[in-house]
Design a binder for this molecule. Structure first.
Ligand code: SF4
Length: 584
């Protein structure tokens, strides 16, 4: 194994590419660490997110291709949502395709003169104009790309954007191989700003597995844990949709723009109902023996005859929350229909659902009318939300264009900031209490997976700011280590630091294996340094009033306690991100 990263750098403006060797493996490992390092070299802190010179980065880790569930890719860019450096993580076939193409990372700079598609592998690179695809939806784009770029041997991954990415929506996602996404914070708009409709990654080379008995032994140990114990069972069986009932039971499931945290309607859209009524099959990211991707179906009847058209839609807890409970939609097939319409235009489902929930309450309160929303938005009205998805994804009028930049941007013009469910970005589906609200607001990706705040909150009921923030700070390096490998975070109980060290050691990364604690701390600091250099300031992130009035299972949210948590967490992050804070 080499300690050098192999990085493919493509400039869409000139059409030229080069391969750079970056000798920093021992310092930044890969994935999150490599992406932050590459942004610090290629990024332009003084330029806007959509400047052609800003990089769009994909990075995999040292264990990609060697161990189960090392199936994710880190996508890094300057976000159109808040103009700061960020990451989004996705799987599908992307990680193994990049690995088998022979690269640890891809950096795309420049802007193509026409809407284009980039295709590359270990022996070819092609930039093809695809102007005729302008405005095409995600599914049609995928279908055409598959025809235009005949399949090479090995893994192939197709990333593409829909109209939302083309118009620069801060809620635009990148679709990966139909069922996975770089969902949040507007990666799709960064591709759009580069006139890049699609990326085809051809994993057309081969790699030799480590030829030593220790590798086979460690691999078997990990594989057995993943497939023969209870550690991952939940993800395969009902999948994360199982959380709907559990979170509703503890009054932590947001309903109708977080006006409530539990509702008997959950009985119609919980994990059991989705599995019993809609589940067609499970699917998996490449290199994953678990297969947590649940594909549901709905069907449309052709008008002319008795035939049906079947639609396959992936579902998880978060999309069901966003297109279901948050919008008051309690029919599982309706939820899938809304999700498919978000997908068609290339919108991140969580951002879009939460934004439309705000718009619905704004209509109820008389702040918006059909003059702005075009369609009458009403909680529970699935066809209205299907129609609104199209307007939001295409930026149909001034209102939808503004909303596509973020709910708070629209609220600043039309009113309703106090009930915008935004924690750094549109909220994830957890209303467990103040620690979670503070953690998502300031967390690196504004994701529930940045920290274990939602689970800590359920187990610790005392109000101890120092202890709670210590937990957030101490919890982060382990997660950053996993996202530098780049493991699926569902496997965090399998891949503890000791196991990761064993895996790295038998794969030939002994130096890295021997310094994981220091390396994860270094990467965590590097990420915050890059983030802060692009404008992150904790005091700029406001938590809307709605979160202060949430009724949790432990009672009403204690506002002053929430403020103290946020202030202290922000202070600790800024200390970590000081330019001189690297531990050596
Ligand atoms: S558990 Fe699910 S998301 Fe994670 S790698 Fe496997 S299929 Fe992909």
């Amino acid at each position: 194994m080499t300690d050098c990263f192999t990085v493919l750098v493509v400039d869409l403006e000139s059409g030229k590419s080069k391969v750079e060797l970056v000798d920093e493996r021992a310092r930044v490992a890969g994935g999150s660490g490599l992406a932050a390092l590459l942004y610090s070299r290629f990024g332009q802190a003084e330029r806007a997110w959509d400047h052609p010179s800003q990089p769009f980065i994909l990075a995999v880790g040292p264990l990609t291709g060697y161990f189960p569930l090392m199936s994710k890719t880190v996508c890094a860019f300057r976000s159109p949502y808040h103009e700061q450096y960020t990451e989004s993580h996705g799987g599908g076939r992307s990680a193994l395709s990049l690995f088998f193409a022979g690269y640890d990372a891809l950096v795309v700079t420049g802007r193509a003169s026409e809407l284009s598609c980039l295709s590359f592998g270990s022996r070819h690179l092609l930039i093809k104009e695809v102007g005729f695809m302008k405005g095409y939806g995600v599914a049609m784009t995928g279908k055409l790309i598959r025809r235009m770029f005949p399949k090479s041997s090995g893994h192939r991954s197709i990333l593409r954007i829909g109209p939302a990415g083309e118009i620069g929506s801060a809620m635009a996602c990148v679709n990966i191989d139909s069922y996975r996404h770089f969902g949040r914070l507007g990666g799709g708009a960064v591709m759009g700003a580069k006139n890049l409709k699609g990326i085809v990654i051809n994993g057309d080379s081969s790699h030799r597995l480590p030829d030593n008995p220790e590798y086979r032994k460690v691999y078997k140990k990990v594989y057995d844990q993943v497939t023969s114990t209870d550690m991952m069972r939940k993800y395969y069986h009902l999948g994360t949709a199982v959380n709907l009932q559990g979170l509703n039971d503890i009054e932590a499931l947001p309903w109708r723009n977080l006006q409530k945290t539990c509702d008997p309607g959950v009985a119609r859209i919980n994990g059991d109902v989705f599995a019993d009524q809609t589940l067609l099959r499970n699917a998996a990211c490449s290199g994953c023996p678990v297969g947590c991707i649940h594909l549901g179906f709905f069907r449309d009847k052709f008008k002319q005859d008795a035939r049906y058209l079947y639609h396959q839609v992936p579902y998880d807890y978060e999309p069901i929350f966003a297109a279901g409970t948050m919008l008051g939609v309690t029919d599982c097939f309706d939820v899938l229909r809304i999700l498919e319409d978000f997908e068609r235009v290339g919108l991140d489902a969580m951002s879009a659902g939460v934004a439309l929930a705000w718009a619905t309450e704004a209509v109820e309160k008389g702040l918006l009318s059909e003059k702005e929303t075009i369609v009458a938005l009403k909680f529970g009205d699935a066809p209205a939300y299907q129609e609104a998805a199209g307007y939001l994804g295409t930026g149909y009028n001034d209102f939808y264009r503004l909303l596509s930049g973020g709910t708070l941007k629209a609220a600043a013009v039309y009113g309703g900031t106090e009930f915008a469910c935004v924690l750094g970005q549109e909220m994830a589906g957890y209303a467990t209490g103040p620690l979670y609200f503070a953690a998502q607001s300031l967390g690196f990706r504004h994701s529930h997976l940045d920290t274990g705040a939602y689970s800590y909150e359920q187990k610790h009921h005392q109000k101890d700011v120092a202890k709670a923030v210590d937990f957030l700070i101490d919890d982060e390096p382990g997660r950053v280590l996993l996202t530098s490998m780049v493991a699926c975070l569902f496997a965090r109980s399998v891949y503890g630091t000791e196991t990761l060290a064993e895996c790295l050691s038998v794969t030939g990364f002994e130096t890295l294996a021997a310094s994981l604690t220091e390396t994860s701390e270094r990467i965590r600091r590097l990420r915050w340094q890059v983030r802060i250099a692009t404008g992150f300031k904790p005091e700029d992130v406001e938590i809307p009033k709605r979160f202060y009035s949430v009724a949790t299972v432990h009672g009403a949210v204690d506002g002053p306690y929430l403020d103290q948590l946020k202030a202290e967490y922000g202070r600790r992050i800024m200390v970590l991100g000081r330019p001189d804070s690297e531990p050596e």
